[in-house]
Design a protein around this ligand. Structure first.
Ligand code: ZN
Ligand code: FE
Length: 269
Protein backbone atom coordinates (compact mmCIF):
# COMPACT_ATOMS: atom_id res chain seq x y z
CA UNK A 1 0.00 0.00 0.00
CA UNK A 2 1.24 3.45 -0.89
CA UNK A 3 1.30 5.67 2.20
CA UNK A 4 -0.84 8.77 2.01
CA UNK A 5 1.33 11.63 0.86
CA UNK A 6 1.66 14.67 3.03
CA UNK A 7 0.63 17.73 1.05
CA UNK A 8 1.98 21.09 2.17
CA UNK A 9 0.35 24.41 1.40
CA UNK A 10 2.28 27.67 1.55
CA UNK A 11 1.54 31.26 0.61
CA UNK A 12 3.84 33.08 -1.80
CA UNK A 13 3.49 36.82 -1.17
CA UNK A 14 3.42 39.02 -4.28
CA UNK A 15 2.70 42.60 -5.33
CA UNK A 16 1.45 44.75 -2.44
CA UNK A 17 -0.84 42.30 -0.70
CA UNK A 18 -1.51 39.22 -2.88
CA UNK A 19 -0.94 35.61 -1.83
CA UNK A 20 -0.41 32.89 -4.41
CA UNK A 21 -1.06 29.50 -2.79
CA UNK A 22 1.24 26.61 -3.60
CA UNK A 23 0.36 22.99 -2.82
CA UNK A 24 3.13 20.44 -2.99
CA UNK A 25 4.06 16.84 -2.13
CA UNK A 26 7.75 17.74 -1.92
CA UNK A 27 8.32 17.05 -5.64
CA UNK A 28 5.35 18.27 -7.68
CA UNK A 29 3.46 21.50 -7.05
CA UNK A 30 0.24 23.20 -8.07
CA UNK A 31 -0.19 26.94 -7.79
CA UNK A 32 -3.42 28.89 -7.29
CA UNK A 33 -3.84 32.34 -8.90
CA UNK A 34 -0.25 33.16 -9.94
CA UNK A 35 -0.56 36.83 -10.83
CA UNK A 36 3.19 36.99 -11.44
CA UNK A 37 5.56 34.20 -12.52
CA UNK A 38 8.77 35.46 -10.89
CA UNK A 39 8.02 34.74 -7.22
CA UNK A 40 6.56 31.34 -8.18
CA UNK A 41 9.65 30.38 -10.21
CA UNK A 42 11.88 31.53 -7.34
CA UNK A 43 9.98 29.38 -4.86
CA UNK A 44 10.01 26.32 -7.15
CA UNK A 45 13.74 26.67 -7.71
CA UNK A 46 14.57 27.22 -4.05
CA UNK A 47 12.64 24.09 -3.05
CA UNK A 48 13.44 21.82 -6.01
CA UNK A 49 9.79 21.53 -7.09
CA UNK A 50 8.24 20.83 -10.50
CA UNK A 51 5.13 22.82 -11.32
CA UNK A 52 2.42 20.42 -12.56
CA UNK A 53 -0.79 22.48 -12.61
CA UNK A 54 -2.18 26.00 -12.42
CA UNK A 55 -5.56 26.72 -10.81
CA UNK A 56 -7.34 30.03 -11.39
CA UNK A 57 -10.32 31.45 -9.50
CA UNK A 58 -11.19 34.45 -11.72
CA UNK A 59 -9.91 36.57 -14.57
CA UNK A 60 -8.35 39.56 -12.77
CA UNK A 61 -4.79 40.37 -13.75
CA UNK A 62 -3.36 40.02 -10.23
CA UNK A 63 -4.55 36.36 -10.32
CA UNK A 64 -3.73 35.31 -13.89
CA UNK A 65 -0.90 37.66 -14.92
CA UNK A 66 1.87 35.06 -14.45
CA UNK A 67 0.27 32.23 -16.42
CA UNK A 68 1.82 32.97 -19.84
CA UNK A 69 5.33 33.16 -18.39
CA UNK A 70 4.88 29.99 -16.32
CA UNK A 71 3.80 28.12 -19.49
CA UNK A 72 6.81 29.31 -21.48
CA UNK A 73 9.01 26.48 -20.24
CA UNK A 74 6.41 23.81 -19.43
CA UNK A 75 3.30 22.16 -20.82
CA UNK A 76 0.86 21.81 -17.90
CA UNK A 77 -2.91 22.06 -17.44
CA UNK A 78 -4.48 25.40 -16.54
CA UNK A 79 -7.77 25.04 -14.66
CA UNK A 80 -10.18 27.94 -14.38
CA UNK A 81 -13.76 29.16 -14.60
CA UNK A 82 -15.76 28.21 -17.69
CA UNK A 83 -17.75 31.41 -17.27
CA UNK A 84 -14.87 33.83 -17.87
CA UNK A 85 -12.63 34.57 -20.84
CA UNK A 86 -9.12 33.65 -19.67
CA UNK A 87 -6.18 33.09 -22.00
CA UNK A 88 -4.30 29.78 -21.84
CA UNK A 89 -7.11 27.96 -19.98
CA UNK A 90 -6.99 24.26 -20.82
CA UNK A 91 -9.66 22.96 -18.39
CA UNK A 92 -12.84 25.07 -18.16
CA UNK A 93 -14.62 24.26 -14.90
CA UNK A 94 -18.17 24.67 -13.65
CA UNK A 95 -19.47 24.31 -10.10
CA UNK A 96 -19.84 20.73 -8.86
CA UNK A 97 -17.01 19.38 -11.02
CA UNK A 98 -14.44 17.14 -9.32
CA UNK A 99 -10.88 17.52 -10.46
CA UNK A 100 -8.11 15.08 -9.69
CA UNK A 101 -4.45 16.00 -9.91
CA UNK A 102 -2.06 13.06 -10.22
CA UNK A 103 0.92 14.85 -8.69
CA UNK A 104 0.56 16.32 -6.18
CA UNK A 105 -2.24 13.79 -5.54
CA UNK A 106 -5.14 16.10 -4.67
CA UNK A 107 -8.81 16.14 -5.58
CA UNK A 108 -10.86 19.32 -5.53
CA UNK A 109 -14.54 20.11 -5.79
CA UNK A 110 -15.25 23.22 -7.82
CA UNK A 111 -17.73 25.73 -6.39
CA UNK A 112 -19.47 28.53 -8.28
CA UNK A 113 -19.06 31.70 -6.20
CA UNK A 114 -20.06 34.66 -8.40
CA UNK A 115 -20.25 38.22 -7.07
CA UNK A 116 -16.74 39.70 -7.26
CA UNK A 117 -16.69 38.57 -10.90
CA UNK A 118 -19.42 36.87 -12.91
CA UNK A 119 -17.76 33.46 -13.25
CA UNK A 120 -15.65 33.32 -10.06
CA UNK A 121 -15.01 29.78 -8.79
CA UNK A 122 -13.49 28.34 -5.62
CA UNK A 123 -11.64 25.05 -5.08
CA UNK A 124 -12.56 22.93 -2.06
CA UNK A 125 -10.13 20.31 -0.88
CA UNK A 126 -11.86 17.89 1.48
CA UNK A 127 -10.25 16.65 4.72
CA UNK A 128 -8.09 13.60 4.13
CA UNK A 129 -6.58 11.74 7.07
CA UNK A 130 -4.42 14.27 8.90
CA UNK A 131 -5.12 16.99 6.32
CA UNK A 132 -7.48 19.81 7.23
CA UNK A 133 -10.07 20.75 4.64
CA UNK A 134 -9.13 23.84 2.62
CA UNK A 135 -10.90 26.22 0.29
CA UNK A 136 -9.17 28.48 -2.22
CA UNK A 137 -11.70 31.24 -2.64
CA UNK A 138 -9.79 33.97 -4.50
CA UNK A 139 -11.43 37.36 -3.96
CA UNK A 140 -14.81 36.08 -2.72
CA UNK A 141 -14.30 35.75 1.03
CA UNK A 142 -11.40 37.47 2.81
CA UNK A 143 -10.36 37.23 6.44
CA UNK A 144 -13.01 39.41 8.15
CA UNK A 145 -14.28 40.67 4.80
CA UNK A 146 -15.49 39.93 1.29
CA UNK A 147 -14.62 41.00 -2.23
CA UNK A 148 -16.00 44.04 -4.01
CA UNK A 149 -18.92 43.47 -6.34
CA UNK A 150 -17.34 44.32 -9.68
CA UNK A 151 -19.58 42.17 -11.87
CA UNK A 152 -22.15 40.50 -9.64
CA UNK A 153 -25.09 41.48 -7.46
CA UNK A 154 -25.32 41.53 -3.68
CA UNK A 155 -27.72 38.56 -3.88
CA UNK A 156 -25.16 36.55 -5.86
CA UNK A 157 -22.36 37.38 -3.43
CA UNK A 158 -24.53 36.55 -0.43
CA UNK A 159 -25.40 33.16 -1.98
CA UNK A 160 -21.71 32.54 -2.69
CA UNK A 161 -20.75 33.39 0.90
CA UNK A 162 -23.56 31.12 2.11
CA UNK A 163 -22.14 28.26 0.03
CA UNK A 164 -18.68 28.84 1.50
CA UNK A 165 -20.19 29.12 5.01
CA UNK A 166 -21.74 25.65 4.61
CA UNK A 167 -18.28 24.03 4.40
CA UNK A 168 -16.91 22.32 7.54
CA UNK A 169 -15.94 24.76 10.32
CA UNK A 170 -12.34 23.48 10.27
CA UNK A 171 -11.94 24.50 6.62
CA UNK A 172 -8.86 26.70 6.10
CA UNK A 173 -9.93 29.78 4.18
CA UNK A 174 -7.20 30.53 1.64
CA UNK A 175 -8.13 33.93 0.32
CA UNK A 176 -5.94 35.78 -2.16
CA UNK A 177 -5.12 39.03 -0.34
CA UNK A 178 -3.76 40.25 2.98
CA UNK A 179 -6.56 42.75 3.60
CA UNK A 180 -7.20 41.62 7.15
CA UNK A 181 -6.29 44.72 9.20
CA UNK A 182 -8.30 47.12 7.04
CA UNK A 183 -11.18 44.63 7.00
CA UNK A 184 -11.05 44.47 10.79
CA UNK A 185 -11.22 48.28 11.02
CA UNK A 186 -14.48 48.15 9.10
CA UNK A 187 -15.76 45.09 10.97
CA UNK A 188 -15.18 46.85 14.31
CA UNK A 189 -17.27 49.78 13.10
CA UNK A 190 -19.99 47.42 11.84
CA UNK A 191 -19.97 45.24 14.98
CA UNK A 192 -18.77 47.35 17.92
CA UNK A 193 -20.08 44.76 20.43
CA UNK A 194 -18.46 41.66 18.90
CA UNK A 195 -16.07 40.36 21.59
CA UNK A 196 -14.46 37.69 19.36
CA UNK A 197 -13.64 40.43 16.87
CA UNK A 198 -11.88 42.51 19.55
CA UNK A 199 -9.69 39.52 20.42
CA UNK A 200 -8.98 38.86 16.73
CA UNK A 201 -8.02 42.51 16.15
CA UNK A 202 -5.27 42.26 18.78
CA UNK A 203 -4.06 38.93 17.39
CA UNK A 204 -4.07 40.12 13.77
CA UNK A 205 -2.14 43.28 14.71
CA UNK A 206 0.45 41.14 16.49
CA UNK A 207 0.80 38.87 13.43
CA UNK A 208 1.20 41.76 10.99
CA UNK A 209 3.67 43.57 13.26
CA UNK A 210 5.78 40.39 13.02
CA UNK A 211 5.23 40.25 9.22
CA UNK A 212 3.31 36.96 9.58
CA UNK A 213 0.34 36.33 7.26
CA UNK A 214 -3.04 36.42 9.02
CA UNK A 215 -4.35 33.80 6.58
CA UNK A 216 -5.49 31.13 6.29
CA UNK A 217 -8.06 31.52 9.02
CA UNK A 218 -10.76 28.89 9.55
CA UNK A 219 -14.36 29.07 8.50
CA UNK A 220 -15.52 28.65 12.12
CA UNK A 221 -13.44 31.75 12.97
CA UNK A 222 -14.88 33.73 10.04
CA UNK A 223 -18.42 32.92 11.15
CA UNK A 224 -17.58 34.71 14.42
CA UNK A 225 -15.67 37.74 13.15
CA UNK A 226 -16.61 38.36 9.52
CA UNK A 227 -19.58 40.77 9.42
CA UNK A 228 -20.36 39.80 5.81
CA UNK A 229 -21.19 36.26 7.02
CA UNK A 230 -23.32 37.64 9.83
CA UNK A 231 -26.03 39.63 8.04
CA UNK A 232 -28.62 37.27 9.57
CA UNK A 233 -27.66 38.16 13.16
CA UNK A 234 -30.27 40.44 14.76
CA UNK A 235 -27.61 42.47 16.64
CA UNK A 236 -25.70 43.04 13.39
CA UNK A 237 -28.86 44.22 11.65
CA UNK A 238 -29.65 46.57 14.54
CA UNK A 239 -26.09 47.95 14.79
CA UNK A 240 -25.89 48.55 11.05
CA UNK A 241 -29.22 50.37 10.92
CA UNK A 242 -28.02 52.60 13.76
CA UNK A 243 -24.64 53.29 12.12
CA UNK A 244 -26.32 54.23 8.85
CA UNK A 245 -29.02 56.32 10.50
CA UNK A 246 -31.81 54.02 9.30
CA UNK A 247 -34.88 53.02 11.29
CA UNK A 248 -34.20 49.62 12.93
CA UNK A 249 -37.18 48.10 11.12
CA UNK A 250 -35.48 48.84 7.79
CA UNK A 251 -32.95 46.00 8.17
CA UNK A 252 -34.53 43.82 10.89
CA UNK A 253 -35.03 40.27 9.66
CA UNK A 254 -33.68 41.04 6.18
CA UNK A 255 -30.31 39.39 5.44
CA UNK A 256 -30.08 40.60 1.86
CA UNK A 257 -30.86 44.23 2.70
CA UNK A 258 -28.40 44.07 5.58
CA UNK A 259 -25.68 42.53 3.42
CA UNK A 260 -26.32 45.03 0.61
CA UNK A 261 -26.16 48.02 2.96
CA UNK A 262 -23.02 46.67 4.66
CA UNK A 263 -21.19 46.09 1.35
CA UNK A 264 -22.14 49.58 0.13
CA UNK A 265 -20.89 51.12 3.40
CA UNK A 266 -17.58 49.23 3.10
CA UNK A 267 -17.15 50.58 -0.45
CA UNK A 268 -17.04 54.12 0.89
CA UNK A 269 -15.53 53.40 4.32
ZN1 ZN B 1 -10.14 40.08 -8.13
FE1 FE C 1 -7.37 40.15 -6.42
Amino acid sequence: MIPMQKISCVSIPAFQDNYFWLLSDGHAAAVVDPGDAAPVEAYLQAHGLQLSAILLTHHHRDHVGGVADLLRTRNIPVYGPAGEAIEHLTEALAGGTQIELAAPAISFTVMDVPGHTRGHIAYFLAADGAQAPRVFCGDTMFASGCGRLFEGTPAQMLASLDALSALPGATRVHCAHEYTLSNIRFARAAEPHNEALKVWEVEAQRLRAAAIPTVPTTLAHELQVNPFLRSGVAQVQADLAQSLGLPAAELAGDRLKTFTAMRAWKDRF
